[in-house]
Ligand binder design. Structure first.
Ligand SMILES: Cc1cc2nc3c(=O)[nH]c(=O)nc-3n(C[C@H](O)[C@H](O)[C@H](O)COP(=O)(O)O)c2cc1C
Length: 201
């Protein structure tokens, strides 16, 4: 199983990165390989809302780095999305990335005004969402989970697990943090649950 992790924090040794790395350590202990994409390392221009991708399935913006991230989405078997909380919500860099996943989304019109949204990608790949807060409690993650769910839907990814870590201002993520065991075990379980399916492709 090949796992791609997309991290919406510029802090490569921060709470989000440490938690994501621990999930990956668990997955790698079961034979998975992984690559981390720190979104701050990529030029991600804002979506212009031109809707070109609704007809062509590709983004009209080609002079930034999003094609690298899209390639990773096409080529990996499982995904981790991770973001800290900034101003009560996901970070700007994370949202910018989510908005640019729209080319994978396939809007399906229904009667009247109701719309549902599918994906042009094959189904059956799993996704884990990681969210971190400083002083806010776990209720702050509701909007984060909603956006991550929309993104996974665009990618046709099963939103399999959330790893939510509140209150890191007082209890930063460290090897002793209780989330470390859960994160590692989640990585192990990811490969045990979905590994065969991806290996057989
Ligand atoms: C600009 C900024 C805004 C933040 N806003 C919030 C917030 O609204 N609520 C909260 O709980 N933590 C907030 N935090 C704290 C971060 O969520 C916390 O430090 C987190 O661990 C950062 O993740 P990282 O270590 O992976 O970079 C904020 C931090 C920054 C830098």
């Amino acid at each position: 199983m090949k796992i791609a992790a997309f991290i919406g924090s510029a802090n490569k040794n921060g709470n989000t990165a440490k938690t994501v790395k621990q999930i990956l350590a668990g997955a790698e202990s079961k034979g998975a390989t992984s690559e981390i994409f720190y979104l701050c390392d990529y030029l991600i221009k804002p979506c212009t809302g031109c809707r070109y991708c609704e007809k062509k399935d590709v983004c009209k913006i080609t002079d930034d780095d999003v094609h690298i991230l899209h390639k990773a989405i096409r080529e990996n078997d499982a995904f981790i999305l991770g973001t800290p909380t900034y101003y009560g919500d996901i970070t700007g860099q994370f949202k910018q990335f989510v908005d640019r996943c729209y080319p994978f989304c396939k809007p399906i019109k229904h009667d009247g005004e109701k719309m549902t949204f599918g994906s042009i990608l094959p189904a059956g790949k799993p996704g884990i969402f990681v969210a971190i807060s400083g002083s806010h409690g776990p209720e702050v993650f509701d909007s984060h989970i909603k956006v991550a769910g929309h993104c996974f839907n665009d990618l046709n990814v099963e939103h399999w697990r959330n790893i939510l870590v509140p209150y890191t201002t007082w209890t930063p993520v460290s090897p002793e943090h209780p989330i470390m065991e859960e994160a590692f075990n989640t990585g192990v379980e990811l490969v045990e649950t979905f590994g065969d399916k991806s290996d057989s492709k």
